[in-house]
Design a protein around this ligand. Structure first.
Ligand SMILES: NC(=O)C1=CN([C@@H]2O[C@H](COP(=O)(O)OP(=O)(O)OC[C@H]3O[C@@H](n4cnc5c(N)ncnc54)[C@H](O)[C@@H]3O)[C@@H](O)[C@H]2O)C=CC1
Ligand SMILES: O=C(O)CCC(=O)C(=O)O
Length: 527
């Protein structure tokens, strides 16, 4: 039974897939104090949050069984992604479900600000009929500057164009060509700041966007420009915004989000030019249901051993690729585990070569499996798909991935090479149609071995009697040989034997084998 902890309010309809699953137990505890969260997360296999729960390093370290953190929404700035990766916890979000709601909300905030609607409403509520004070401005023919031309920025743009606004956009990934296609002017950040009547930010909150709109940025804006933030508090520097509003440089601000939330004593809220709401961008029935469904599905998939659709801290595998790659996952893991079990010395490099059919796909997810299974032998079971690259990097192990044309006659061939400070060894495997995974080369010797069960790899000298002596000795230890493969390069030269046996061989038997005449190296492994 998988235990799923939900620590923020989520749509009941959206989490139905989790509530109805026979293999999940759902604990819903919104607004927990820190101590309770730490206690609960220690028992959870999955944690689902919105923006309130701070998923810190401490929380992640307490989650000893935690496999996945699901963010029912887009921004993952409340989750310590590095700590999640270090702890092998996959983080997923729901990037599509609240795009429309947040874009519509941005337009609502834009229009409220342009026409002073909240201020006028408030004044009327207090019994004033003041029509002069609340004269606004039209949107038509005004320029909207969009900073961050992603999902939400693009939808806002389309809505703004419906209001006959001109749009100028800045995004490091926006080319002139793409801007032209989207019907917007392409600008640098400075151009957007200088030309826009309204500026709306739609970037994530990351180091590069923290205080992106600061004192200098306000100085570059038109006098009387208006600004919106329906993305994340911290993208606009609040102190600088306060000064810009006080000085009249900026005529108005519409804020959904704040540097510190809940923004109860924020002095910006005292200014009459500020239109503000408590982080409501994604607060619609539709968006909440969408994000809860998306994240619930990903959580269940990962808990059941599958791949996340929307991972944040590992690359996602496109759906059409999944069908092609899935059959090779076991092969990748087995080859890594096989070679990792028999190589000697401190690991420096993991090289993975792909040929044949495998050159048609992005094989990185397979390389991850190889790296994981090799590192598990060196570092232990805390290595998984999420943290394997990070652990390799921390340990100075280089990972190289290459596509080659050398198929050696196979339709697909995956070769793993491990370089240590003592030796370089390699193994190659293929997927045989209908027959599954096969090891077809070990250290350059041709073999045909099913990579599973109990195996012994032996380096020996190609001499009459060598094979017989191994067989006799194993018989003395009551070990039955199921299959045996022998490969050699020259008659009488170095050779290799791979035996599949019916049970584990203990250290004593291995020691005896190592002393058999013409035997150089004996390694037992269990796959
Ligand atoms: N107020 C609310 O309730 C909600 C807020 N959000 C916030 O909105 C943000 C944007 O959401 P989406 O559009 O779905 O994300 P997205 O990932 O589709 O778009 C973000 C865009 O920002 C761009 N960007 C990154 N760094 C930049 C920089 N330095 N300058 C300019 N552009 C930069 C990226 O290239 C990307 O195109 C989220 O990260 C989240 O924090 C999202 C949903 C609801
Ligand atoms: O969960 C929420 O209501 C906030 C949504 C949000 O900020 C996001 O998706 O980034």
């Amino acid at each position: 039974m998988h235990r799923v902890l939900i620590s923020d309010p989520l749509s009941e309809d959206g989490i139905k897939p989790l509530l109805e699953a026979a293999d999940t137990e759902v604990i819903q505890k919104p607004s927990m104090e820190k101590e309770e969260l730490l206690e609960e997360v220690a028992k959870a296999d999955a944690l689902i949050v919105r923006s309130q729960t701070q998923v810190t390093k401490e929380v992640l370290e307490h989650g000893v069984n935690l496999k996945i953190v699901g963010r029912a929404g887009v921004g993952v700035d409340n989750i310590d992604l590095d700590a999640a990766t270090d702890n092998g916890v996959v983080v997923v979000n729901a990037p599509d479900g609240n795009t429309i709601s947040t874009a519509e909300h941005t337009m609502a905030m834009l229009m409220s600000m342009a026409r002073n609607i909240p201020q006028a409403y408030h004044s009327l509520q207090q019994g004033n009929w003041d029509r002069k004070k609340y004269v606004g401005v039209e949107l038509k023919n005004k320029t909207l500057g969009v900073v961050g031309f992603g999902r939400i920025g693009r939808v806002v743009t389309r809505r703004a164009k419906g209001h006959r606004m001109n749009v100028i956009a800045y995004d490091p990934f926006l080319t002139r060509e793409k801007a032209e296609k989207a019907g917007v002017e392409h600008g640098t950040l400075d151009e957007v700041l200088a030309l826009a009547d309204f500026i709306t930010v739609h970037t994530p909150l990351i180091a590069a966007t923290h205080h992106l709109i600061n004192k200098d940025a306000f100085a570059k804006m038109k006098n009387g420009a208006r600004i919106l933030n329906c993305a994340r508090g911290g993208i606009i520097e609040e102190e600088a915004l306060y000064e810009a509003l006080q000085s009249g440089k900026i005529a108005g601000a519409a804020l959904d989000v704040f540097e510190e939330e809940p923004a109860i004593n924020n002095k910006l809220l005292e200014l009459p030019q500020v239109v503000s709401v408590p982080h409501l961008g994604a607060s619609t029935v539709e968006a909440q249901e969408n994000v809860a469904v998306d994240v619930s599905n990903d959580v269940m998939e990962v808990l059941r051993g599958g791949n996340a659709k929307q991972p944040v801290n590992i690359p996602s595998i496109p759906e059409e690729m999944q069908d092609k790659l899935t059959p090779y996952i076991t092969l990748s893991e087995k080859l890594g585990a096989f070679l990792g079990s028999i190589v000697r010395g401190g690991l420096n490099n993991i090289n993975v070569y792909y040929s044949g059919e495998l050159t048609d796909v992005d094989p990185t997810p397979l390389t991850r499996k190889v790296v994981k299974s090799v590192l598990q032998l060196f570092v232990g079971n805390r290595v998984n798909d999420v943290n394997s690259y990070k652990i390799a990097k921390d340990k100075g192990i280089e990972i190289n991935e290459q596509k080659t044309t050398s198929t050696k006659g196979f339709t697909n061939l995956l070769t793993v090479e491990l370089e240590t400070d003592e030796e370089t060894r390699s193994i190659a495997g293929t997927l045989l149609n209908g027959l599954g995974a096969r090891v077809v080369r070990l250290d350059g010797y041709s073999v045909d071995v099913i990579p599973e069960g109990h195996l012994i790899s032996i380096h020996h000298k190609d001499q009459p009697g060598a094979i017989g002596r191994v067989g006799s000795l194993l018989a003395e230890h009551d070990v039955n040989i199921a299959t045996m493969q022998v490969g050699r390069t020259d008659i009488g030269g170095a050779a290799i034997m791979i035996l599949t046996i019916d049970k584990e061989v203990g250290p004593e038997c291995q020691e005896h084998l190592a002393h058999v005449e013409d035997i150089n190296r004996v390694q037992y492994l269990k796959l």
